[in-house]
Design a protein around this ligand. Sequence first.
Ligand SMILES: Cc1cc2nc3c(=O)[nH]c(=O)nc-3n(C[C@H](O)[C@H](O)[C@H](O)COP(=O)(O)O)c2cc1C
Length: 377
Amino acid sequence: MTSEQTRLAAASHTVTEKLNLFSPLTVRDVKLKNRIGVSPMCQYSSVDGFATDWHLVHLGSRAVGGAGLVICEATAVEPRGRITPDDLGIYKEEHIEMWKRITSFIEEYGAVPGIQLAHAGRKASTLSPWKAESRHSKVDLSDEQGGWESVGPSAVPFSPTSRTPHELSIAEIKEIQQKFLIAAQRALRAGFKWLELHAAHGYLLNSFYSPLSNFRTDEYGGSFENRIRFVVETAKILRAEWPSGYPFSVRISATDWVDGGWTVEDSVRLAEVLKTEGVDLIDCSSGNVRGGDKYPFAPGFQVPLAEKVKREAQIMTAAVGLITEPLQANEIIQKEQADIVLLAREMMRDPYWPLRAAQELQLPATVALPRRYTYAI
Ligand SMILES: Cc1cc2nc3c(=O)[nH]c(=O)nc-3n(C[C@H](O)[C@H](O)[C@H](O)COP(=O)(O)O)c2cc1C
């Protein structure tokens, strides 16, 4: 440990009284100094999957800002698994070097570096949203525009304008699982201490377990057990590879919010299975498996999902989605609705949100910021 890390670790011990947002959390051998995590946020700022200085600053500033956990954005395990041509990846050995720089910076400033391994499935091959004319339009890329063939459980597109995906054979499913495995090995060498499997938002793994996108008739489709097979097998492969001392979480879409779709009760059952495979925490997001579906957006609208999965499957959860206020976030932890709160857009607005939260809640966490700042504040 460097002297700065020792000081930050000591600071986090000062908040031990009642369970709150700044209580440390130990998962396996990894200790988070507080319950605040940066939710993965695609930056669509890479060329051929390489992380850049942008990622170092984007992620590094949120570590300096005081988050306990910084989960890097969806990182593709193969080029075909990128959402856009500008997505991050870990499908080449050469990707590791820049990641190392980023993870060591995040750790130096007291946060745990996490990576979200992802495959976009049938939602691949689109234009980066910040390059589109309207922030709400999803522009699909044809081959002529630099796009590529997408893949999915069935040859059914995400939306009427999306590409029709290639239906994966069982041999191809196994090949993709091997790519997740190799990506996890690289992630370890790149210095990540927390592994998250992206199985939400309609991307490949989610599209297999949701009945709204999987119309297969083999052992990867049909019954609940068959639809969850891809994600459960992948989790098992990753857990066997990932060091036993390091945490492993799975992000799910805990409900499709659609009649006849995946339900939160299904999520409880899935969480129970994933728990037996050594998954430590379920990160509970929702929706996005099909274009055009509507969601009940409201502050904290996904918190009840995290709470139900936590209570009924008896597993740690992360709550995410329209959590913006320190009091709101603190209450989620104090009421034990979730073990971690993840913030995305509010962290974009304010990388120092943890500092603001500590001040508003009058909890002594400002000392967990780098000395360069705290001596002056
Ligand atoms: C710009 C942007 C990029 C995102 N990228 C990812 C991603 O890579 N992986 C993921 O699981 N969720 C992603 N999300 C979803 C967020 O992690 C989060 O679940 C969602 O924004 C709701 O949280 P919020 O209300 O705090 O923003 C992204 C969200 C935004 C706004």
